[in-house]
Design a protein around this ligand. Structure first.
Ligand code: SAH
Length: 348
């Protein structure tokens, strides 16, 4: 057996590898097909061919933070800003519900216009009206008491990518006002409160090394999240990183497969960013082990304005309204979209 094949078998059997084996796997494309098949086998054993869908509502693009990579950072003066009202958010959910969505994800910049009271009011209204649905928040770093309040109002899932688990790399991607320590504190607080937690990182972000990626995998092993979102970093011209190149699809797919083998039970989305760098990116993500897709439910008028990165897909099959086309594409890839609240399966 070839060395990489042995490494893949070892990873499938043990859900872990020594660092040098992870490095070999990350730096070679020779065994990609074997790696993707191994990941697909594991996902089929646990999730069959099911693909869970989440309706993504990007409800504000105002942000007090200034992350160097992000197109909606505070200092991007050319960003056209918007906020959705509670009524607008609820009507997105109504539309999504009719389309078959049973999970709504409220994502936004860190926007203090929405007080904890307002967020709790929006959360409880959604839960009241759509009692058979789950609600996920993705609104950044908050205090433990805020997270607790949202949880008590009915939000049971929270997405907060750690972005990078290396201190130096973290500071290369963020201004001094932000810290990896606080990001991690948030993630552990969320877990302690009882949320199903999602974390993750960008692939190919500026200054990222293979060692950084290994640290990301190690951090995820420590956190043991229910959901893991990764996607390629994509350059945005109105950021300090305008001259950096975007991350690659190949490395993102390899990492999805590796994550599936380390975390057989995880919910792993095939992300919008992956669909943005390649027309079949999301299908290829599914084949590499991903099992979640998050179509866009934001009102058409604001969808273009939530530009974390350039050329973000938002009007084609990415739109929740095109769910029929998406279903066909997913079926053509060998999987099936299901209308379900879609909790992570647990090891018995
Ligand atoms: N304010 C929320 C939501 C952030 S947007 C929070 O802090 O969690 C969601 C994710 O988009 C981020 O976590 C980041 O990983 C990703 N993202 C931001 N800019 C990006 C870029 N230029 N390319 C690819 N992904 C990006």
């Amino acid at each position: 057996m070839d060395n990489l094949d042995k490494i893949i078998k070892n990873l499938s059997d043990n859900r872990d590898l020594p660092n040098d084996a992870f490095i070999a796997l990350l730096q070679n494309n020779d065994a990609d097909n074997t790696l993707f098949s191994a990941a697909d086998l594991v996902r089929r054993k646990i999730y069959g061919v099911d693909v869970y869908i989440r309706g993504l509502i990007e409800f504000t693009n105002h942000c007090k933070n200034n992350c160097f990579y992000c197109g909606i950072r505070r200092d991007n003066k050319s960003a056209v800003r918007y906020r959705l009202t509670k009524e607008q958010i609820l009507s997105c959910c109504t539309e999504g519900y009719l389309l078959g969505f049973r999970t709504f994800v409220l994502q936004g910049g860190e926007d203090n216009f929405y007080s904890d009271k307002t967020i709790c009011d929006i959360v409880s209204s959604i839960r009241e009206k759509f009692s058979d649905c789950a609600l996920t928040l993705s609104i950044g770093e908050k205090s433990k008491s805020s997270y607790t309040a949202y949880y008590n109002a009915g939000a049971t899932r929270y997405l907060l990518r750690h972005e990078t688990s290396d201190e130096i790399h973290y500071q290369q991607l963020h201004p001094n006002s932000m810290s990896l320590q606080n990001r991690k504190r948030c993630l552990f607080d969320l877990k302690e409160i009882g949320y199903q937690v999602g974390s993750g990182f960008m692939v190919g972000s500026p200054y990222q090394t293979t060692d950084n990626i290994i640290s990301d995998l190690r951090f995820l092993q420590q956190l043991n999240p229910d959901m893991i979102g990764i996607g390629p970093y994509i350059t945005h011209a109105q950021t300090p990183f305008a001259n950096f190149k975007s991350g690659s699809m190949a490395l993102t797919l390899r990492l999805i497969a590796i994550l599936r083998l380390i975390f057989p039970y995880a919910l792993i989305p095939s992300t919008t960013a992956l669909g943005t760098i390649h027309p079949s990116g999301r299908e290829l993500g599914l084949k590499a082990g991903a099992n979640v897709i998050m179509p866009n439910l934001s009102p058409a008028a604001v969808r273009k304005l939530y530009t974390l990165y350039e050329n973000k897909i938002c009007t084609g099959d990415e739109a929740a309204q095109s769910i029929k086309n998406l279903k066909k594409r997913v079926e053509a890839t060998g999987y099936r979209i299901i209308t379900d609240i879609g909790n992570a399966k647990k090891e018995i």
